[in-house]
Design a protein around this ligand. Structure first.
Ligand SMILES: NC(=O)c1ccc[n+]([C@@H]2O[C@H](COP(=O)([O-])OP(=O)(O)OC[C@H]3O[C@@H](n4cnc5c(N)ncnc54)[C@H](OP(=O)(O)O)[C@@H]3O)[C@@H](O)[C@H]2O)c1
Length: 334
């Protein structure tokens, strides 16, 4: 621990609000507790989830992260870094390894961050930190959806909202699973999403669920749409699954995606077309598989822009826009 400074630089804001309120500060360097490791952060990928926590929307976020002030004032949940010290009861082999991890509640926009040892996955040297970081949540969420959908050769899948962080992974992973992939995205990204593996693409601003053919899809991965659930479900074949990940608006102003999730579950009762709300969870094997797919160039994370640590607030503002194509990553020069 002697090499770890008592204080570090971090982009932080203890109160909810827009990116402009986030300031670069000197803060105490976190210390790993039992079962945790301290990471020297190399890269942090940002996502819509960082915006929701930063802004405190939907209101449910405040119940989880702090009613008036944020328990963790530093945003950033997807990181790549080097393990530089270990808490008690952590296997010594982890010392000095290069890993990726999802940080519970944030902390990635600081020079150091603490994470539970059982949440890290070793990063192969061939996969750059800024690329690997994108897998920790966005890649992992898309892979979880493709796994839950049970996609295999012969299946047809529809990805709603294909151009963002989760969507660009979902298109590629559904295709890798052998499915024929259709997708919605903005007009500017139609060609890009085709190049990522979709055979048919629809401009979401001029297409709604009623324009598509019923009984077509084995799975719909709904990353960002506000299509009525009933209309989306009609697009499924019998036995098909609608997997809800997010919505284009912030969902219900208080409860976010939960009412839609409950409506989907209720609507599935007695139906052969099921819908469910996906809750992303850390799965070590899944992270290892994603890292290997990137290492072997089967999967290519799409990074819209990499920001220097000095410009992290601009990266948060970009994510807040809801217009990111692929991922936004902040690189730390250490
Ligand atoms: N359930 C979970 O566990 C879980 C986990 C991770 C993420 N999420 C949620 O998943 C959603 C996506 O997250 P993300 O970080 O991947 O998003 P993102 O990167 O912020 O998505 C941005 C993209 O969405 C596109 N978009 C906006 N409105 C759209 C619409 N109505 N239809 C189709 N595309 C649209 C935008 O394209 P244009 O610029 O062309 O509009 C932009 O390229 C968020 O709601 C997030 O909270 C949930």
């Amino acid at each position: 621990m002697s090499a770890v400074p008592a204080q570090m630089d971090a982009w932080a804001n203890p109160t909810y609000g827009p990116a402009e309120g986030t300031q670069r500060r000197r803060v105490p360097t976190p210390r790993p507790n039992r079962g945790e490791v301290l990471l020297q952060v190399r890269a942090t990928a940002l996502a819509a989830g960082d915006y929701h926590v930063m802004a405190g929307t939907p209101w449910l976020v405040k119940l989880m992260f702090g009613l008036t002030t944020l328990k963790q004032p530093i945003r950033g949940i997807e990181v790549a870094g080097r393990v530089i010290s270990l808490g008690d009861d952590v296997a010594s082999e982890l010392q000095d390894t290069e890993v990726i991890a999802e940080l519970e509640g944030g902390g990635g926009l600081g020079e150091y961050a603490v994470v539970k040892a059982d949440r890290v996955a070793i990063r192969p040297a061939e996969v750059e930190p800024s690329v690997a970081a994108t897998l920790a949540v966005s890649g992992s969420t898309a892979a979880q959806a493709v796994d839950q959908a049970g996609l295999a050769p012969g299946c047809t899948a529809l990805v709603l909202g294909a151009s963002g962080g989760v969507g660009t992974f979902a298109v590629q992973l559904a295709k890798l699973a052998g499915a024929e992939v259709h997708a919605t995205c903005g007009a500017a990204n139609l060609q890009l999403i085709k190049e990522m593996g979709a055979s048919t693409v629809f401009d979401y601003r001029s297409t709604d669920a009623g324009d598509l053919t019923p009984n077509t899809y084995d799975a719909i991965i709904d990353v960002r749409s506000d299509w009525p659930l009933g209309l989306s479900r009609r697009l499924l074949r019998p036995g098909g699954k609608l997997i809800m990940i997010g919505s284009a608006g912030s969902g219900h102003p208080v409860l976010g995606p939960i009412p839609r999730g409950i409506a989907g579950a209720l609507g599935s009762i007695g139906s052969s077309r099921k819908s469910s709300l996906l809750m992303q969870s850390v799965d070590h094997e899944r992270l290892i598989r994603l890292l290997e797919q990137v290492r072997t160039k089967q999967l290519t994370p799409l990074i819209e822009r990499t920001y220097a640590f000095d410009d992290a607030r601009d990266a948060l503002a970009r994510v807040s826009s809801g217009r990111v194509v692929g991922k936004v990553v902040v690189e730390l020069d250490q």
